[in-house]
Write a protein that binds this ligand. Structure first.
Ligand SMILES: Cc1cc2nc3c(=O)[nH]c(=O)nc-3n(C[C@H](O)[C@H](O)[C@H](O)COP(=O)(O)OP(=O)(O)OC[C@H]3O[C@@H](n4cnc5c(N)ncnc54)[C@H](O)[C@@H]3O)c2cc1C
Length: 488
């Protein structure tokens, strides 16, 4: 079942060749063995350290019980620890910042957590080729700052950018608000250095912007959620930094108007860099954080950022104003004051923590629907909430159909949890019925694994398992993820 509380089990008996066998001889002396291999400073086994690595940002769903944490400092550390884990058949969970929202880096089978954050060097920014090469533990916001200094632009912008790592972004196919115009992480990955479970190092792809060199292993690893290899370096494509930006808020009298306007704006070619759908409740929460609040005079809002040359921005803005008026939106407010615009975007980035100021628990889903089905999805989510008597809401990256339906619980009780669980199930089923996908950007990990088979069918899951076996025949890498045990 989705969101089960998983107890950390070391070994899982006789499932298939991709599952763990009984622990190897290194089990009792895991910490000692790892210290011998890598030195004491890189190995943690104290209970309080292990607790900090027991889950990703979804701690309230499931926690694992790792026996050791390795802080990798270089590729050779990664090779050594993988070789050892593979030989001893010890589960190993790669981890970036642990900001994931799918349980991806939660070590549900215990074993070793491999923390990649110390591998945080930007190795090259090549202006001539407009590419960069970096270690996988680089924090995304630091990478943004470094390339922007060179007037270059790396669009992927998950809202966790101040903590999440490039490796985690690649492993989850992370997206973000700018996905509507610029696409998501996979659109920028040209090549990877990765370590296979037997300790061998592969370099996939390259730094050419066009590649037709056999099976695209770069993209197989992109989105593999730490189940096939450990990514140690990434080669990323860059764009030119847009010369200007402008923020606008479209105020609508109903969520339906806002949702329909999204499709229309994009169809008419006035594609903003960011096009976020925000409920009135979301704006109310954001206002508590904004130095200059947005007037609460509508029922649903679209928050836009247009970028490009000043002339192009003005042209797109005029087009958007015209469409908004045709579609009976109440008003388009251009936020001319840069401080106010920055405040609004900062509040948007912090919307998830702001929700937790009010509610004890908030579940943010990332089921994603085709853009022309957003209006139906918005309606369905609110009906599901009403039917179950639970708070639901939607706020997110509407421009690409990824509007993050959410369920909020004011006071956590078993009954509220049960209703939330039911609401999430119905929301995901509705998303699939509308032709959507169970995950637009967070990945499958643990929490979506029960639903993937409904979207892809058994044949595709079986094929994925054969790919897993080709990379990781002993099944040591991040076991228990992407498909649930009963499908193993
Ligand atoms: C407040 C908040 C806002 C968020 N907003 C967004 C958003 O807008 N868009 C979005 O897409 N996500 C968002 N996320 C989710 C999360 O931040 C992303 O999924 C991010 O890509 C995870 O990166 P990480 O470094 O924290 O990876 P982790 O959480 O540590 O790991 C994620 C997965 O990647 C694997 N992994 C990590 N590093 C490696 C590696 N080097 N090699 C192989 N596998 C690896 C792990 O095993 C795991 O399966 C948000 C999360 C929070 C808490």
């Amino acid at each position: 079942m989705m969101r089960s509380t998983c107890t950390a089990c070391w070994a899982v008996a006789d499932r298939d060749e991709t599952t763990m066998k009984t622990p190897g001889p290194g089990f009792d002396s895991l910490g000692q063995d790892l210290r011998r291999l890598l030195g004491s400073a890189k190995v943690k086994t104290d209970p309080e350290d292990l607790l900090a690595y027991s889950s990703d940002a979804t701690r309230y769903y499931a926690q694992g019980n790792p026996q050791a944490v390795v802080l990798a400092g270089c590729v050779d550390d990664v090779c050594q620890v993988l070789k050892y884990a593979n030989r001893q058949e010890i589960p190993l969970t790669p981890r970036g910042a642990g900001s994931g929202l799918s349980g991806g880096s939660t070590p549900i089978r215990g074993g070793i957590v491999l923390d990649m954050k110390r591998m945080n060097k930007i190795l090259e920014i090549n202006k001539g080729n407009m590419t960069a090469r970096a270690e996988s533990g680089v924090v995304l916001a630091n990478f943004h700052r470094a390339v922007e200094k060179e007037r270059l632009f790396y669009p992927p912008d998950p809202q966790s950018m101040d903590v999440c790592t490039l490796g985690g972004n690649v492993a989850c196919r992370a997206g973000g608000p700018r996905g509507v115009k610029y696409g998501t992480t996979p659109n920028y990955v040209l090549g990877l250095e990765a370590v296979l479970p037997d300790g061998s190092v592969i370099n996939t792809g390259g730094i050419s912007v066009k590649q037709a060199n056999g099976y695209n292993l770069t993209q197989i690893l992109t989105g593999s959620e730490g189940t096939l290899a450990v990514i140690t370096k990434v080669n990323l494509r860059l764009l030119t930094l847009p010369p200007g930006r402008k923020t606008a808020v479209i105020v609508c009298d109903s969520p339906q108007i806002a949702a329909e306007l999204v499709s229309r704006i994009i169809y008419e070619g006035a594609v903003p860099a960011v096009l976020e759908y925000l409920s009135v409740g979301a704006i109310w929460l954001m206002n508590s954080y904004c130095p200059i609040p947005v007037a609460l005079d509508g029922q649903a809002y679209l928050l836009l950022e247009l970028d490009g040359s000043p002339a192009l921005i003005e042209e797109d803005l005029e087009k958007i104003k015209g469409l908004s008026s045709q579609m009976k939106a109440r008003e388009v407010k251009v936020i001319a004051d840069e401080k106010q615009a920055a405040g609004i975007w900062k509040a948007r980035k912090n919307l998830s923590p702001l929700i937790l100021r009010i509610y004890q628990k908030s579940i943010s889903e990332d089921v994603t629907v085709p853009r022309d089905k957003i209006a139906q999805m918005v309606k369905a989510v609110s009906e599901i909430g009403a039917q179950l008597g639970i708070t639901t809401g939607m706020s997110g990256h509407a421009g690409d159909g990824n509007i993050h339906p959410g369920v909020q619980i004011m006071e956590v009780t078993p009954e509220a949890e049960r209703k939330a669980e039911e609401a999430i199930k119905l929301i995901i089923e509705k998303g699939l019925e509308l032709g959507g996908t169970v995950s637009g950007e967070h990945g499958i990990g643990l929490h979506k694994s029960a639903y993937l088979i409904r979207e892809l069918g058994r044949d595709q899951i079986e094929l994925m398992k054969r790919i897993k076996y080709a990379f990781d025949p002993r099944g040591i890498l991040n076991p228990g993820k992407i498909w649930p045990d009963e499908q193993s």
